[in-house]
Design a protein. Sequence first.
Length: 228
Amino acid sequence: MTRRTEQHPDPTDPRIGAALFSTWRVGTSERQRQTGEVIGRVWERRPWPTRDLLGYHVYAGRDGSTLMHYSQWTGERAYESFVGTHRQERVDEIDTAVPGIDRVGLVRYRRYRSRERAAGDTRVPGLIVTVRIDFEDGARERREEWVDLAVKALGDDPVGHAGLVSAHFHLSTDGGHVLNYAEWESAGAYEAAMAAPSTDSWERVRAYPGLRKVTGSSYEHTLGLVPE
């Protein structure tokens, strides 16, 4: 069966073979809330579709109009099987309850590296920030090198990033970009980190050759679904 959880997902779970992120545009904060409630009801009244789905989480964008979806799978083939057998009935019921959802698209990733939660750190993240880093065609093969620099920069600046709980760097399977899924103690902690003076390590990250575009979004975790 399906059960709700308030626990945030663990992106470092070694069982994860495919991390899938997508965005829905729903228009207003009221429709954000309504859509989240409907998703929970639709999933809870059905059996968990497969043990290959490790968890499904929904986040409300602080922009008041979007929802981010993060699902953890043992592999992409398991997701394709779900699409062929279980997905559409859920989508249809959600769309009947909340018409007009704009599904922007789904992107598949594999996690490359993390700045993991420190041992004994029991903080519950109050803010999730995703940062998408797009690379020029000629720099795509250097995505891992860029992530290595970013992880080093985090390690070199523990005071400036004291409010960071963890950061998880994912590589898109199409080869085009990196997605950083970062857990922050609070919105205030994130804003303080962004306002802090830069470091030499961070300047090297920002000036890395081949970066095309950097896009950030912030969310609050609103729904977690896992197998019973």
